[in-house]
Design a protein around this ligand. Structure first.
Ligand code: SAH
Length: 248
């Protein structure tokens, strides 16, 4: 079981697989006023940076589940590197339908809400693992500017304009689901650059090391096209944030 190989190549050097910087991740952890010993569940935990740094900085414990074999292995190494391997556990697997044995104080899905079939389904899934009074974290894109055409939305790698909302409507939608938005931390364009531009050097190095690989033509095409596509579309139109929710 694994995610499509292209992501394991382009994001192999990422510690954070979303437009958050290490500073934003720390800001979010502090904003949530996490208590030492609080238990955190992370669906689509990537290379484990959130759980590992929050275990180090705030004393949380946690479990992460991710379908990428590479990212899951990197998460375990990161936990060892930060000296928190006794506090966090990483499971390699499909997080769809995953419910924790032990209820958690914080249940998160940052940048992987397809796991629950969209934001609504993911909130419902996370709620099954949450203790009463706990917090749900959703990391999700929104439109910074509404794309003027469907082609612009496609340039942002969305299927259509309706894939995402503007920020006020996204915040309102959480209310419609019965949740208060109690905190949020938003990415900025520099954070997007760290997420997207970091892929370019990774792709370049990978191409130099793997010129005859089956997927090399695809990686070459991406490296050629991505800087301009990113600057024209994603960087201008797409926002991203993490929203902390508590049931009303
Ligand atoms: N939350 C992490 C990773 C976000 S990227 C971070 O912010 O760094 C999306 C992640 O979802 C990737 O790590 C990918 O491997 C994972 N993923 C995709 N489909 C999944 C599934 N069905 N179950 C678990 N993880 C999945």
């Amino acid at each position: 079981m694994d995610i499509p190989r292209i992501f394991n190549i382009t994001e192999s050097a990422h510690r954070i697989h979303n437009p958050f910087t290490p500073e934003k991740l720390a800001t979010l952890g502090a904003a949530l006023r996490l208590e030492s010993g609080a238990r955190v569940l992370d669906l689509g935990s990537g290379s484990g940076e959130m759980l590992c740094t929050w275990a180090r900085d705030f004393g949380i414990t946690g479990v992460g589940i991710d379908m990428s074999r590479l990212f899951s292995a990197q998460a375990i190494l990161r936990a060892e590197e930060l000296g928190v391997a006794d506090r966090v556990e990483f499971i390699h697997g499909d997080a769809a339908g995953f419910v924790a044995d032990e209820k958690v104080s914080v249940a998160a899905c940052l940048g992987a809400t397809w796991i629950g079939g969209g934001v609504t389904g993911t909130i419902e899934l996370l709620a099954k693992s949450l203790r009463s009074g706990g917090m749900i974290l959703i990391g999700e894109p929104y439109w910074r500017q509404l794309p003027p055409t469907q082609d612009v939305a496609k340039g942002c790698l969305a299927n259509s304009i309706s894939d995402f909302l503007m920020l006020p409507e996204l915040l309102e939608s959480f209310g419609d689901l019965g949740y208060d938005v109690v905190e949020m931390v938003l990415a900025d364009q520099e954070g997007w650059d760290r997420y997207e531009a970091a892929k370019w050097l990774t792709m370049r190095r990978w191409l130099e090391a793997n010129p005859d690989d089956d997927i090399a033509t695809d990686v070459r095409a991406r490296l050629t096209a991505e800087p301009k596509r990113y600057a024209a579309y994603t960087r201008e139109y797409l926002g991203w944030g993490v929203f902390a929710l508590m049931a009303r």
